[in-house]
Design a protein around this ligand. Structure first.
Ligand code: DGJ
Length: 717
């Protein structure tokens, strides 16, 4: 049974296929964490040495010291001085709460989180709901634990109902709070910036708080919400790894505190820096869902568990089908687009096997550069004389599908929308506007704004046959306020902004069910599970330099499946070796092109046609296969990895050298997913390999030359 309550010990035991998670009702009131890890191990509470200077509830006496107890949901100012999972300010101006266990129930499936994306339940999914009450404020707290048995994932979320008479303010909300014994762990996360997303960082924990976060209103390229806490010796194939993520696309905080007893507390959620929510009497608040998993088999298994989970429970079904090979106009044309050029692009694209032409920025309003037009979502009449419908028909007639770029959340001051509704953007009255790329952010928390966008997209794309939207976001939120909102509600804007984005995404999915959505935020600036719920892949980075991409794509695949990575080959400047290398890097994910096809020689076009054909012969493996990283480019100057099908009978291997590799350096690479009793043929070279040899290891020699890469597509007989 995935969820069991032992009445005698007052203990909840949650189990997945390989893991167990346990906590008790302590003193008949509070939830005391006792275990998370491998299933079958003895489950015992961990308690610290008695501490002086403890603050304990009078009725429980000094044996109950909140500061030394591992807790499931620690409350602010409750005598637990460590980071708190929940902080609520009451009418009296204090932020003291005392939520006490009332009851629980277990149900099949999962709870809805209204307005939020959540992981889909399967037939084995079960949820535990725990009800706790704070008498003074009258708030009722529901903690949800959803167990995805088959996938070794447990998710957590919170619901707070204000059943009291007075308004309260939620000041901090961390749906995952996990207390871990000891502090001999490493923290692993992804940091970056525009053009250099998803760098892997790893360091030992220290006493005090260490955190990653976004205060930018989006999940951001600076830190990704993914977090892992591992044993110090954990490798790709061995060692304990606890991993976490948030199904949310806005500001977040992942915090770890090592306390005075040298124990560790991990929290994942909305944080307290840029979040607050005023809950009036009778109102309900929902946190987003946070995920956690544990494996004893290192980071490789962590990645594969997350990848499988994301494919099964997060992504829309279209993401599991073949993804189109696109040609995107951005790097080829920038804003300089017109009907005739795009028709020519479509014609040439279709000849070489490209599935879809994506018209990027520059098609709407007065958009001839990035100073104008955002918000005016109608085709520029100069560029599209016969309107959108006839243009898209023309593209389709030339044999390719059609995708289009949008940036719904933004507005330029030089736009009809801004002139009509200057108060629809985020701004603080009486203060200077904060611009970025000459644009402002629309207040997506305002239902009128979302309604306007729905209406605009409906009018422009309604019966046009769009096959794909590239949904961009090219700045972060700053000076977040709205003249249309009361003072108490200003702090909610960031949270409500994300809800508005989800509202529009849900509308677009329902209104254009056959169109796929690719998410982008100047590249991988919103690479998160919230967006993945609606979109089928993410524009991994604006940086299409293949050497930079080797690193970025390695980082992205640590938590996210390769099918989420949109990887384009950009202009090789007629250098065939460069073209080959760019392709070999790009087929780490979902292949596309970003070049001026009208300026390519016949030789380059012929090679691209060959590449697309070859890619389609193994695309299934990249999209659905298991990912094994053999050499991490952040550790060595090159990357080696492979994808394998579940049976281990088909393998796609790549070795990609960075510029400074040592010629002649050798490396032994083991293909553990291969089957020892099979014989494999590399269909790219014709060579054969015994499965047993692949398992033992194949030695590769680095070439140490520019644009060096090797690939094998191994198929077992
Ligand atoms: C940023 C994106 O990452 C680019 O691919 C392109 O779509 C531009 N925005 C267009 O403004």
């Amino acid at each position: 049974m995935p969820i069991h309550f032992e009445r005698k010990n007052q203990r909840f035991l949650l189990t997945t296929k390989n893991t167990a998670y346990a906590f008790d009702i302590g003193a008949g009131r509070y939830l005391v964490h006792t275990y998370y890890g491998k299933k079958g191990k003895e489950i015992s509470a961990f308690e610290g040495a008695p501490l002086s200077f403890g603050s304990y509830p009078e009725s429980l006496g000094d044996k109950w010291n909140p500061d030394e107890i591992p807790q499931e949901c620690p409350f602010f100012d409750s005598g637990d001085y460590r980071i708190s999972a929940l902080r609520i300010e009451g009418k009296d101006g204090t932020s003291v709460t005392d939520f006490v266990y009332q009851s629980h129930r277990v149900f099949a499936g999962r709870n809805d989180i209204p307005g939020f994306p959540t992981a889909d339940a399967d037939e084995k999914t079960k949820t535990l709901e725990i009800k706790m009450v704070d008498e003074v404020t009258g708030c009722v707290l529901y903690l949800y634990y959803t167990v995805f048995y088959e996938d070794d994932v447990i998710s957590r979320s919170m619901k707070i109902e204000n059943k009291g008479k007075d308004t309260v303010t939620i000041e901090r909300c961390m749906p995952i709070s996990l207390d871990m014994k000891g502090c001999d762990y490493h923290m692993v996360s992804l940091w970056g910036t525009h053009n250099a997303e998803c760098n892997i960082q790893r360091f030992p924990l220290h006493h005090g708080v260490q955190s990653i976060f976004s205060r930018r209103g989006s999940s951001s390229p600076q830190h990704n919400p993914f977090l892992a806490v591992s044993s110090p010796k954990a490798t790709e194939t061995k060692g304990d790894v606890y991993a976490f993520n948030l199904v949310f696309s806005g500001s977040f905080a992942d915090e770890i505190e090592v306390d005075q007893q040298s124990n560790t507390r991990v929290q994942v959620g909305l944080g307290s820096d840029t979040f607050a929510y005023t809950l009036e009497a009778g109102e309900t608040f929902h946190s987003p869902e946070a995920l956690m998993l544990y494996t004893k088999n290192g980071f490789g298994e962590m990645s594969r568990l997350f990848h499988t989970f994301i494919r099964k429970h997060i992504m829309p079904p279209c993401a599991l089908e073949k993804h189109p090979v696109v040609l995107n106009t951005w790097e080829a044309c920038y804003f300089d687009i017109d009907e005739q050029t795009l028709f020519a692009f479509a014609e040439e694209s279709s000849k070489i096997g490209i599935d879809m032409l994506v018209m990027d920025d520059g098609w709407f309003g007065a958009r001839n550069d990035d100073h104008a037009g955002l918000g005016d979502w109608y085709p520029n009449p100069e560029k599209f004389k016969n309107g959108m419908k006839s243009f898209v028909k023309g593209i389709h007639e030339r044999g390719v599908k059609f995708g289009i770029w949008i940036e719904p959340e933004m507005v330029n001051q030089d736009s009809d929308l801004y002139r009509a509704h200057p108060d629809w953007c985020l701004r603080v009255e009486g203060r200077e506007l904060l611009l970025s790329r000459d644009q402002l952010v629309l207040n997506m928390a305002n239902p009128d704004v979302v309604a306007y966008l729905k209406k605009s997209f409906d009018a422009t794309f309604g019966d046009v046959g769009i096959d794909y939207f590239k949904w961009d976001m090219n700045r972060h939120l700053a000076a977040v306020g709205s003249p249309l909102v009361s003072a108490e509600k200003q702090k909610e804007l960031r949270y409500r902004y994300v809800m508005g984005v989800y509202d529009l995404l849900q509308y677009m999915r329902a209104r254009f069910p056959d169109a796929i959505i690719e998410s982008c935020s100047g590249g991988g600036g919103r690479y998160d599970l919230g967006l993945m719920k609606y979109g089928f892949q993410i524009w991994t980075s604006d940086n299409t330099d293949p050497y930079a991409r080797i690193l970025i794509q390695r980082g992205a695949r640590l938590p996210y499946p390769a099918s989420t990575m949109s990887c384009h080959v950009s202009d090789p400047h007629e250098d065939m070796k460069s073209l080959d290398f760019r392709y070999k890097v790009a087929v780490g994910g979902m292949l596309g092109y970003e070049l001026n096809i009208l300026k390519m020689s016949e030789g380059v076009k012929k090679e691209i046609a060959r590449q697309i054909k070859e890619y389609k012969s193994f695309e299934d493996l990249i999209r659905l296969g298991d990912y094994y990283s053999l050499v991490c480019p952040f550790e060595k100057g090159y990357a080696a990895y492979y994808y394998a099908d579940k049976e281990g009978t088909e393998i796609l291997f790549s070795l990609l050298e960075q510029e400074n590799c040592q010629k002649g350096e050798t490396v032994l690479l083991r293909f553990t997913a291969a089957k020892a009793d099979k014989v494999y043929t590399d269909v790219l070279s014709g060579k054969t390999y015994l499965g047993s040899d692949l398992k033992k290891g194949v030695r590769f020699s680095l070439k140490g030359e520019k644009f060096s890469a090797e690939m094998m597509h191994l198929i077992a007989k």
